[in-house]
Design a protein around this ligand. Sequence first.
Ligand SMILES: NC(=O)c1ccc[n+]([C@@H]2O[C@H](COP(=O)([O-])OP(=O)(O)OC[C@H]3O[C@@H](n4cnc5c(N)ncnc54)[C@H](OP(=O)(O)O)[C@@H]3O)[C@@H](O)[C@H]2O)c1
Length: 259
Amino acid sequence: MNDDFSLSGKVAVVTGASRGLGQEFGRALARAGADLIVTSRDAADLASFCEEIAALGRRTHPLALDVRSQESIAGFGPAAIEAFGQVDILVNNAGCNVRKPAVEVTWDDWNLVLETNLRGTFFVSQALAPHMIGRRYGRVINIGSVTSVFGYAGLTPYCASRGGVKQLTMSLADDWGPHGVTVNCLAPGWFKTQQNRVLYENEAWVEYLKERIPLKRPGQPGDLAGAIVFLASDASRYMTGQTMLIDGGITTGSTKATV
Ligand SMILES: NC(=O)c1ccc[n+]([C@@H]2O[C@H](COP(=O)([O-])OP(=O)(O)OC[C@H]3O[C@@H](n4cnc5c(N)ncnc54)[C@H](OP(=O)(O)O)[C@@H]3O)[C@@H](O)[C@H]2O)c1
């Protein structure tokens, strides 16, 4: 492998690594050589994943983090830096969704989604940025979505949060680029996880989805591995502020123009 893609000697934080895509990202980064600090609201939920990563020969450190809590983020920053003495990579993966028609969205729904996905991403990044700036090295990877660039009925707070993450990525890139810290957004398409399990239980919906994806299938485990390693490594050193869509092509626009 080209050495630019090696993460040997690097330490990565992955938030929301108790399941789903957070574990996909952690696995890919560890396989590329990184040691991992992983978070969940309940650190006990990280035990089996830490064992899996340790079996790859990498160090792991579980931390409790609630990205909606100012106090939790304040404790997390120093704990993450202290764990292995450095943090090189941050993957802001922790997130949630509320799926309902816009007229039914409550004040609390809105706050839950925006506080977790957008405010959390900002303040977790801010908690580690002075450390990265001090070392003149850092890779911040915010997790976006196809909803960062497309509107979807039924996902209004989520789309607003993910559009915000795309804009936040550009603004932080401009702010921290002069200090050697890159900030990019990895925007996955549709992957089956706990967050959207209910949709995948409906076969008609899965067929509808596949029809709209040029590569004709939802995302599978491993489909995001190359992109996260690229964004976390020196291979992406001249890239910042960008949103990279890994979505089977669904955001090419899927309206047929032929009959
Ligand atoms: N699945 C997809 O197709 C897809 C597509 C695009 C983007 N995404 C985004 O990718 C990320 C991972 O998605 P997923 O499908 O793997 O979701 P998931 O299975 O629901 O996992 C979400 C993770 O976020 C953590 N989390 C939720 N609220 C949190 C909070 N307040 N503080 C700290 N951690 C919190 C959860 O940890 P605990 O519950 O253990 O605290 C969990 O580990 C999310 O941001 C999601 O929006 C997913």
